[in-house]
Design a protein around this ligand. Structure first.
Ligand SMILES: Cc1cc2nc3c(=O)[nH]c(=O)nc-3n(C[C@H](O)[C@H](O)[C@H](O)COP(=O)(O)O)c2cc1C
Length: 227
């Protein structure tokens, strides 16, 4: 039985996968399902996982990953993508759950419902922005959009991390990548211009030479600061 420590320690960024390995695509399907359980901002789940498997698409995608080693020999590539265009469907879904949960309590104050019915439309679509103190005008609009990008990329990164640990548990390997031609890749995957590709994760089974050297980390005292 693997412990979480085993899973974390086993995962490395892999740059060469085994072409002889009897790769089971079901492992990727299951890891993607687990990735949907990652924590995400306001449970808006504004992400998509674009799983690239077909030989033709894989070839094009590997080229869009600039031919880098981490992609070249992968069995599959998964792009973790943000979906700012899906805000309304997600806010409505959450709002409905809350309305249902309070359906038997007619005196529930409106602020209970405001989070998904007012705050989310403000954040994701700028609705009601003019009246919002301190955030009106072009500067506020720009700031809001920047905030949204950061928020969505955080959640997508956590999904990618959950996916990679799930692969690690199954004895499979991965490498997260940000080295790709994003515009080209967005065209290839049919993504809208407002989407971000947070990361592309390559998947397969490691060859020993796919691990570039021993794990290197700075001293814990430089990272963990106690207050
Ligand atoms: C956001 C992000 C982007 C990365 N981009 C690349 C990349 O484009 N190509 C690559 O070979 N590795 C990439 N890596 C992998 C890192 O180089 C690797 O995780 C780091 O060197 C630590 O090694 P380890 O993961 O084996 O512990 C990326 C990692 C992260 C988290």
């Amino acid at each position: 039985m693997k412990t979480f420590s085993d899973i974390v320690n086993y995962r490395r960024a892999i740059r060469k996968y085994d072409p002889e390995f009897n790769f089971d695509p079901q492992v990727i399907a299951e890891a993607l399902e687990l990735a949907t359980l990652a924590p995400n901002s306001s449970n808006m789940q504004m992400w998509e996982f674009h799983r690239v498997r077909s030989p033709e698409m894989l070839e094009k995608m590997k080229a869009a990953c600039l031919g880098q080693n981490a992609a070249k020999t992968a069995n599959e590539l998964v792009a973790f993508v943000t979906t700012p265009q899906k805000w309304k469907a997600r806010a409505d879904m959450n709002a409905k759950v809350i309305r249902n949960a309070f359906a038997s309590k007619p005196n529930t104050p409106e602020h209970v419902f405001a989070y998904y019915e007012k705050d989310m439309p403000f954040l994701y679509n700028g609705e009601g922005m003019v009246e919002y103190k301190g955030l009106s005008g072009e500067e506020g609009e720009r700031q809001r959009k920047e905030d949204v990008r950061v928020i969505l990329n955080k959640s997508a990164a956590l999904a990618a991390m959950t996916f990679m640990y799930a692969l690690s548990e199954a004895g499979y390997d991965s490498c997260p990548m940000e080295g790709f031609d994003e515009d080209h890749l967005k065209d290839l995957l049919g993504l809208p211009k407002e989407a971000d590709i947070c990361m592309v994760v390559s998947c397969g089974k490691r060859l020993p030479e796919g691990v570039y050297g021993p794990r290197l980390r700075v001293d814990l005292t430089d990272v963990v600061i106690e207050h």
